[in-house]
Design a protein around this ligand. Structure first.
Ligand code: FAD
Length: 449
């Protein structure tokens, strides 16, 4: 797209959240000349990577009045992407003094994000322990509506009501659990919980546990718990109805098809015909997009986990470019994608990068939805990218006038995905893509000072 000839404009921008998305958004917005305030309800940067022992009082996290614990990270969590692939493009997540493993612990990712914030002096833009409670357009006659941001600072109980030119939403999407529907569950006497509230395996000692799901969390947590529990059963709706497989290398871990129903006597019946008495059902069934503070008069809604309409998963045409979202795509390498989305938003706000007209953005979105429908892809998978993320990243990079995704990063993502599927027990400690690691470190040398 041709750059605008008009002089660049600087805007007053509110960023909601100081996780991996909000940090890089703040950096890119300031680099582009905007003035930035980042609102963060926690005491420090890092978002979901700030591990805590605390869990929510409601183990299923369905009570809307519950005190929210932001992090979904459990004690033994190691990354499921290699560090070289995972880091921001111009601030490599290379080996440093802490956990030097290629798939490091959550603490190492937090340390990396803290270093990023320090290097680019981001904390000076952040208002910590300040929760955004309401974001709504200021009622104006003009085209470019401003935004009212209402927030509360915890310590001082200071309430602020401020006006910004633009709002960038970076509030994270692993907080509001999705639950599986289980026939008979209302009279089943066992304990139910969501993986959001899982931290350590010891409380499951000698218990019979069923996990529902086939995501990274279900794979990792089932193995974590198997070291303590009497039996662990993983139920998954994408498995064939007759699936009943004992996991090699374990004496107490089985894969099943989905749960058919549960009964008052504590039993769980699987579609494969197996019936077992169960103490705990853990939903490892992912999360819902949730923007409890956002009022857009219906311009952006969440419908069956589709956030829309959003042009390229970022801008709602009706409110663009004054409202934008970072981090909506999933099944991606998040940090580099956040970085490109941030550059795009910053450039569009300053007028350096042009957006299509509202009508053309809507046309693009509708045609994307039609393609999904024609391919039989359910609405809830609208933002799942997988391999398509690289085309998306390259499109963003082209808009921003920066290089596309490095070949080694693409290949590393694909190779890791394959190894994760075939060798879930060992992929973090044994690998063969040494040549890709060398290429990554060659690239990294451009950024190390
Ligand atoms: P978050 O990190 O969730 O940050 C959002 C921030 O917004 C938080 O700090 C929160 O306090 C703040 N906030 C929210 N609402 C408000 C409000 N109203 N007012 C003020 N502040 C607010 N990614 C990888 O790259 N590799 C991995 O191995 C990996 N493993 C993962 C494992 C688990 C269990 C989970 C849950 C995620 C994993 N991810 C992984 C994905 C991870 O979520 C992203 O990498 C990334 O950290 C998301 O960043 P974010 O900024 O979008 O969200």
């Amino acid at each position: 797209m041709a750059p605008s000839l008009s002089p660049l404009r600087s805007h007053h921008v509110a960023v909601i959240g100081a996780g991996a998305a909000g940090l890089v958004a703040a950096r890119e917005l300031r680099r582009e000349g905007h003035s930035v305030v980042v609102f963060e309800r926690q005491k420090q940067v890092g978002g979901t990577w700030i591990y805590t022992d605390h869990v929510e009082p409601d183990p299923l996290s369905v009570d809307p009045t519950r005190p929210v614990v932001h992090s979904s990270v459990y004690a033994t969590l190691r990354t499921n992407l290699p560090r070289e692939c995972m880091g921001y493009r111009d601030f490599p997540f290379s080996v440093r003094s802490g956990d030097q493993r290629r798939f490091p612990s959550h603490g190492e990712v937090l340390a990396y994000l803290q270093e990023f914030a320090k290097e680019f002096e981001i904390e000076e833009m952040v208002r910590f322990e300040t929760e955004v409670e309401r974001v709504a357009p200021v009622a104006t006659e003009g085209e470019s509506g401003k935004w009212r941001v209402e927030s509360t600072e915890k310590e001082e109980s200071v309430r602020r009501d401020e006006v910004y030119d633009a709002v960038v939403v970076c509030n994270g999407h692993y907080i509001e659990p999705r639950l599986a529907e289980i026939p008979g569950i209302s009279s089943w006497p066992g304990k139910e919980m969501h993986s959001h509230n899982y931290r350590i395996p010891e409380p499951f000692k000698d218990q019979v546990v069923v996990l529902i799901g086939n995501s990274a969390s279900a794979v990792d947590i089932s193995r974590d718990i198997a070291g303590f529990a009497k039996e662990v059963h993983v139920a998954c709706r994408s498995n064939a109805a007759d699936t009943f497989i004992k996991q090699p290398g374990y004496s107490n871990l089985w894969m099943h098809s989905m749960i058919e129903r549960v009964h008052e006597d504590g039993s769980v019946v699987f579609q494969n015909g197996q019936t077992i008495l169960v103490d705990v059902i853990m939903h490892c069934t992912g999360y819902k997009y949730h923007f409890p503070f956002l009022e857009t008069n219906g311009s952006v809604i969440v419908d069956d986990n589709r956030v829309g309409p959003l042009y390229k998963d970022v801008f709602p045409p009706e409110l663009a470019p004054w409202l934008s979202f970072i981090g909506i795509p999933w099944k991606v390498v998040p940090f580099p994608l956040f970085e490109l989305q941030s550059k795009w938003i910053a450039g569009v706000l300053s007028g350096r990068i042009m957006l299509p007209s509202k009508e053309d953005m809507m046309k693009d979105i509708k045609s994307f939805y039609a393609t999904l429908e024609a391919q039989g892809i359910p609405k809830r998978y609208t933002h799942r990218m997988g391999i398509a993320q690289f085309e998306y990243n390259d499109w963003l990079a082209m808009q921003c006038g920066c290089p596309g995704t490095e070949e080694w990063r693409k290949e590393m993502y694909l190779v890791t995905g394959e190894r994760k599927r075939t060798k879930p027990e060992t992929y973090r400690d044994e690998w063969e893509d040494h040549h890709l690691v060398s290429q990554a470190y060659q690239d990294f040398s451009l950024y190390t000072h």
